[in-house]
Design a protein around this ligand. Structure first.
Ligand code: GLN
Length: 434
């Protein structure tokens, strides 16, 4: 940048999810296997923000290798929800969401493979934005499931998310999956209302499955969209119901391949054995946590000969159908609105069954499989029985591929036309929230 040029993020404190490389600093992925690993280069997305003047505050906690929905799978740290420290911040970008909600960082980076920006944003009452797959470089993001992983911002306002996205987005020669297509700036020129906008309400995501108080918040959010001028139209995503099952074949398959590199030979932990094979085994047994091991096992099985067609290929076909559902829905509407999660943040240890945890991403996984841009914006609060602590909920808005400008504009109009934004209603912090 030329001398005297204005740096758009000059002095703005930035928190970085600890699966993104920053040269000379530890990048752990919240895993023992990378506990002491120091990155030799900086992720492109981070680099672009640093060049714009952002001040890196530090790295934030996550579920190990971004596998989880609560940060409880972190092997290195615990993150509490700033709204109620007895509850999880969501995951896997829970550290980033909590840091922004608690006012520690102004902006944070997260990564989203099946919901890991949007679900923690919803749980912590901040904005979390997953761009179109291929919009933001993954160079320097430690891979979990490469066909799904996408970096995005978490922030207190839609405008901040727009600013960060505009700086990060665009082709990167270091990541062949970034799309070579001009980036439409999302910042500025925001619509003042939603007049004439067709908002799709998903028939297959019926709100009567939700607890009555949660349902009431989402009904009110749909009502607000209408009050702001939008026409609500019913759309169908009939195969979205297969999203979680599809994702839990594709993501573990890719993870089993991506995580094969952690073998004690080149980087990270090394637990010496009598020979190479035993060194691999000891390193991986000691270095990976249970959820990561579970995914490697599922993924290896799904890719193994004899099962490849039955599981992996079938899941890819289902993914194609889900993407086609979105394309069809967007013929009838401009954006889709739905809950970001079926409930507010839950208490620690509440989801001991892995399947219960996987279902937390019911509303976010289909968008990841389709690659479409999607965000969560605060839309209201519920206070659980016996508690005096309100817990935020997030409205998930989704747009067609590359329609980031439209999506951000709609989210911004919703945010300005309602009273739920994080910068208007911060959590009351407790001394015990550490
Ligand atoms: N919770 C989902 C999982 O565990 C999504 C994670 C993510 O988006 N990184 O895989």
């Amino acid at each position: 940048m030329a001398a005297g040029a204005v740096l758009p993020l000059a002095g703005v404190p930035l928190a970085i999810k600890d699966n993104m490389c920053v040269i000379g600093t530890r990048t752990t992925c919240a895993s023992k296997i990378l506990g002491d690993w120091v990155a030799p280069y900086t992720a492109t997305a981070v680099e672009r923000l640093l060049r714009a003047g952002a001040l890196p505050l530090g790295k934030t906690n996550l579920d190990e290798f971004a596998m989880g929905s609560s940060c409880e799978n972190s092997a290195l740290a615990t993150t509490h929800n700033p709204w109620d420290p007895t509850r999880v911040p969501g995951g896997s970008s829970g550290g980033s969401a909590a840091a922004v909600a608690a006012g520690e960082a102004v902006i944070a980076l997260g990564s989203d493979t099946g919901g890991s920006i949007r679900e923690p944003a919803a749980f912590c009452g901040v904005v979390g934005f997953k761009p179109t797959y291929g919009r933001v470089s993954r160079y320097g993001l430690i891979a979990f499931a490469s066909s799904l992983d996408q970096i995005g911002p978490l922030s207190k306002s839609v405008e901040d998310a727009a600013l960060v996205y505009d700086l990060m987005a665009g082709k990167d020669p270091c990541d062949a999956t970034t799309v070579d297509r001009p980036v439409e700036a999302t910042l500025g020129g925001f619509p003042k209302d939603l007049a004439g906008l067709r908002v799709g309400i998903v028939r297959d995501f019926a709100l009567d499955r939700l607890e009555p108080d949660v349902r009431a918040v989402y009904e009110a959010a749909y009502g607000d969209l209408q009050r702001l001028g939008a026409d609500l139209v019913e759309v169908a995503l009939p195969t979205a119901d297969y999203g979680v099952a599809t994702y839990y074949l594709i993501a573990p398959a890719e993870c089993s391949s991506n995580l094969a590199r952690f073998d004690g030979m080149r980087y990270g932990l090394r637990a010496e054995g009598a020979d190479v094979l035993e060194t691999y085994e000891r390193t991986r047994a000691a270095g990976f946590g249970n959820e990561v091991k579970r995914r490697i096992l599922i993924g290896t099985h799904a890719l193994s000969s004899g099962y490849y067609d039955a599981y992996y290929v079938r899941a890819q076909k289902a993914r194609t159908l889900i993407a086609a559902d979105f394309a069809r829905a967007f013929e009838a509407c401009d954006v889709i609105a739905c809950p970001a999660a079926a409930s507010p943040a839950f208490e620690f240890n509440a989801k001991s069954d892995p399947l219960a945890m996987y279902l937390m991403d019911y509303y976010t996984i289909p968008m990841s499989l389709a690659g479409v841009p999607s965000l969560s914006v605060p839309c209201g609060y519920v206070t659980p029985q016996g508690s005096d602590k309100p817990l935020p909920l997030g409205l998930e808005l989704t747009a067609p591929l590359f329609a980031e400008r439209l999506l951000i504009g709609v989210a911004r109009a919703y945010e300005s036309g309602t009273q739920h934004a994080a910068h208007r209603v911060p959590p009351v912090l407790e001394a015990s929230a550490r």
